[in-house]
Design a protein. Structure first.
Lengths: 297, 327, 255
């Protein structure tokens, strides 16, 4: 076999994992919110975009480094997520699915174009907050940024795992996700749980925004649309509502996209992602880790 | 009174009204009493009404939440353009083939995806629409990313107006038949519909195919008006736009779709110089509408029904009210 | 009287749980049959098997001389089995009249082009649908409510409308899933008479699931008792009333 192809294959796997871990971070927010509210938060991709902008301002205006930027973005975006939930989604909780879906689309457009209005549509260049070191593993190249992305993602996911599995709030989240009404009757404050879920999901998206800013160097107000949709695909792929599913879906999607860009053409990258979505929906709509459910008659 | 007679009478009145509206607008356009900007807006309103009404058949009447309408429009736009440019077909024929091509794609996409429902269907159709666009983007023979140019400018006001009228009649008559009622029953309760002997899969695919066909016609009118077909005209943001028209008017109401399409086109035109503000207003409209009037302007009612109720009430006050057929 | 429906060794499992096992019933033309049993015994699952909502794990269903096992719900309705639902499933946003008109779809034969052009059979058949739907509503004393939204009807009338709608499909066998649930004694009394009247007027057989024993004993010619997914007993009301196994299943061993 041609060793060039093998090298390129592994190179694309590496690239795919770094891209995929970012998708996974965004997908976690989708999946948690869907698990608890049965809402596809179309605005989630835009929340991630806001995270990138917060990171941009912290590093440029305030001249701070990578970690402060990451923390700031997570806090600010977490709060933004809660505000959006309280102001827009909460009044609609008992509305029809279609109303909520349309509202989410509206919210997404609102964030995109308000950002565009105040911050101009011009893309901005993210300052180099991390050293441009490159490591060679044989012929395969791994950048320091990729390692940071992967490391941050792993740490954040472990943190999330701990919160969901071992804290009181995490238990409440799982209870609400399983049966909202029963959880309410058991004395769980569902409003708090939903807000907390939005805060967590948004904070992760905010972190993903900063990581992407670092990885691709440029950010713009519409940068959230595609990754938002892709992350949703990742969530569906793994099984929406299932946290490990989102991680797995994100990584698979990232790797597939990288392979398609590397071996076929980058113009088909998005088509591949949507293709995966269609295939999974047709074969196993509950996702790779999901259980089958049928409507009771 | 026999139902069919009252229906025919009503249809004739509608046709007469259409002729009058057409004559007035045509005279205004011919005498150049309307500026070119507003002439363009009238054409766009007509095309958007076709798109909104056909999307309403899928989303409002059948309750299948599709976000892929721009994809069908793209198929119609490109195929009809190719028919005109490469095969020199007459315009009507090119449009028809464009519509049929979109219809075929609609069936092919519909059969697998319509097994899904709600959010999943929305995302799957959005994905399908994007896949169509990305495929077009990669076909160099039709211009790829730079678009297909040099399409003959065949679309006139008369073409748009009469295809719009045909679309509306087609959809209105369909809704008031067993075919349309099957679609409505799927929206209301698919399990009960099946228990009533209705083939729900057929009803859904039918709605999808018809919706796609008219979206294809609209696409053909679009590309033959602007003389160009470009992939960026058919993104999912465009699908959102048509969805907004339908939702603003009221899901399930054809009168609503017409009003919604006209209003949104108007607002878009009025704010043409401020694209960002336009989108912010637009997004706010969607959110506020869902918060305060989720059923849209008309609910799922038809304007004609509201009007008739009003007339009936007046009649009943005088004489003993006659029972009228259901439109 | 001919045999209308017959099952052989019908069963349905969900994962490891056997919801219905060896379900063996037969219904003759013109019979009113009761299907009773404690909650969770598998009665509604049995209905869902007969109407094609579920595909049986094993066994066959013969209806009117045809094997209908594995057919889709709409095909089974077309062959002549109609049903109502335990948790009423009306087309809530539509008018009472439209609810019934939709059920006549099965018997309209005009083509799609005829519908679009309003030509040919369209006018005649739409007239027939409208007339028949109104007749049916009148027979069920719902004609004055024809233009009301179905969801706004009181509970008892919603149940009646569901039966009227099922009859519009012109069934040979009507399955009623707990028709008296949530009705007051007066409504239940009317329902009892109505079920007989439906059988005689529309010449069909009826299979009903019901918890109201008085109603079941009064109108059913034969009764099947289901417990833990299996048929525990079969017989006429007197036999069932005195069957020790049935008494045990209903009252429990301790009681």
């Amino acid at each position: 076999m041609d060793s060039g192809i093998i090298v390129q294959f592994f190179q694309q796997i590496i690239n795919g994992i770094s891209l995929g871990s970012i998708y996974a971070l965004i997908a976690l927010g989708y999946t948690m919110v869907y698990g608890i509210m049965r809402l596809i938060n179309f605005a989630h991709g835009d929340i991630y975009m806001l995270g990138a902008y917060v990171g941009f301002f912290v590093t440029t205006q305030l001249q701070m480094g990578f970690f402060p930027a990451l923390i700031c973005a997570m806090v600010v975006i977490g709060i933004t997520g809660v505000l959006i939930e309280k102001l827009v989604y909460k009044p609609l909780r008992s509305s029809s699915k279609i109303s909520i879906l349309i509202t989410a689309i509206g919210m997404s457009l609102f964030i995109e174009y308000t950002t565009m209005y105040f911050l101009t549509p011009q893309p901005r260049t993210f300052p180099p907050v991390l050293p441009n070191t490159i490591f060679h593993l044989g012929d395969i190249i791994v950048s320091f940024q990729q390692l940071v992305i992967l490391g941050s993602t792993v740490v954040l996911m472990l943190l999330l795992w701990y919160i969901v599995q071992y804290t009181k709030m995490g238990k409440a989240m799982r209870a609400v996700s399983y049966d909202t009404d029963a959880a309410l009757l058991m004395g769980i404050n569902v409003d708090h749980v939903i807000s907390f879920t939005f805060a967590l999901g948004s904070a992760l998206a905010g972190a993903a925004g900063v990581l992407v800013g670092i990885y691709y160097n440029t950010i713009d107000p519409l940068m959230g649309i595609m990754p938002g949709l892709k992350a949703f695909i990742a969530a569906v792929l793994g099984g929406i509502g299932i946290i490990p599913g989102a991680m797995m879906g994100g990584l698979i999607l990232g790797v597939v996209e990288a392979l398609v860009s590397g071996f076929i053409s980058s113009t088909f990258r998005d088509a591949a992602a949507f293709g995966i979505l269609i295939v999974i929906l047709l074969i196993k709509p509950t996702g790779l880790l999901g259980k089958n459910e049928t409507e009771k008659v | 009174m026999q139902i069919i007679k009252s229906l025919r009478k009503y249809d004739l009145a509608l046709i007469a009204a259409s002729v009058v509206i057409f004559a007035v607008l045509e005279v205004l356009i011919d005498m150049r009493l309307i500026s070119s900007f507003w002439r363009l807006q009238i054409i766009l309103i007509g095309i958007n009404i076709i798109l909104a009404a056909s999307l309403n058949l899928i989303n409002g009447i059948t309750g299948q939440f599709s976000l892929g309408h721009a994809g069908f429009m793209a198929v119609g736009a490109y195929v009809s353009a190719i028919m005109s440019m490469w095969y020199d077909l007459p315009f009507g024929m090119a449009l028809l083939i464009g519509g049929l091509a979109a219809c075929l794609i609609g069936v092919l996409i519909g059969i697998p995806t319509l097994r899904l429902d709600g959010d999943y269907l929305a995302i799957a159709t959005l994905g399908m629409g994007e896949i169509i666009r990305i495929c077009i983007l990669n076909i160099q023979a039709v211009g790829g990313a730079s678009g297909l140019t040099g399409i003959p400018r065949n679309t006139t006001f008369a073409w748009v107006f009469w295809i719009m009228i045909i679309t509306l009649f087609f959809l209105k008559n369909m809704i008031n038949s067993t075919y349309g009622r099957s679609c409505i029953s799927v929206r209301e309760n698919a399990i009960a519909a099946a228990a009533m002997g209705i083939n729900t899969t057929f009803a859904k695919v039918l709605a999808f195919a018809i919706g796609a066909f008219f979206a294809g016609l609209a696409g053909g009118l679009f590309s033959h008006y602007f003389s160009i077909a470009h992939p960026s005209s058919f993104t999912f943001l465009n699908s959102y736009n048509y969805l907004t028209m339908v939702v603003l008017g009221g899901l399930g109401s054809m009168t609503g779709s017409i009003t919604g399409a006209a209003l949104i086109t108007f607002i878009t035109a009025a704010l043409a110089d401020y694209p960002e503000v336009r989108m912010i207003i637009y997004a706010l409209c969607l959110i506020l509408l869902m918060l305060f009037r989720p059923q849209g302007l008309f609910g799922s009612q038809e304007g004609s029904l509201l009007l008739r109720r009003l007339i009936n009430r007046r009649k009943e006050a005088g004489t003993h009210g006659k029972t009228l057929g259901n439109q | 009287m001919g045999r209308l429906l017959e099952t052989s060794d019908l069963s349905k499992s969900f994962g490891g749980i056997k919801a219905v096992q060896n379900f063996l019933i037969h219904i003759d033309e013109g019979e009113v049959i009761g299907l009773i049993g404690p909650n969770g015994a598998g009665k509604t699952t049995a209905f869902n098997l007969l109407t094609g909502v579920y595909t049986p794990t094993t066994g066959k269903i013969l209806f009117d001389g045809k094997d209908i096992t594995g057919r889709k719900p709409y095909q089974i309705t077309a062959l002549g089995i109609a049903r109502t639902f335990q948790n009423i499933r009306l087309f809530g946003e539509l008018s009472v009249l439209e609810n019934v008109k939709i059920a006549f779809t099965l018997h309209a034969s005009y083509s799609f082009p005829e519908a679009i052009l309003r030509l040919g059979r369209y006018g005649r058949e739409e007239q027939i649908i409208d007339d028949r739907a109104r007749e049916l509503l009148a027979a069920f004393k719902l004609d004055s409510l024809a233009d009301e939204q179905a969801k706004n009807l009181p509970y008892g009338q919603q149940r009646r409308l569901e039966i009227a709608r099922a009859l519009a499909t012109r069934p040979k066998l009507l399955l009623l899933d707990e028709p008296a649930a949530g009705m007051n004694p007066q409504e239940t009394k009317e329902l009892t008479e109505m079920i007989r009247w439906i059988r005689d007027t529309y010449h069909l057989s009826i299979l009903l699931i019901e918890h109201d024993m008085a109603l079941v004993m009064k109108i059913c010619e034969r009764i099947y008792v289901l417990d833990y997914g299996k048929i525990l007993a079969e017989g006429n009301p007197d036999e069932i009333r005195n069957n020790s196994a049935v008494i045990k299943a209903y009252l429990g061993t301790e009681g």
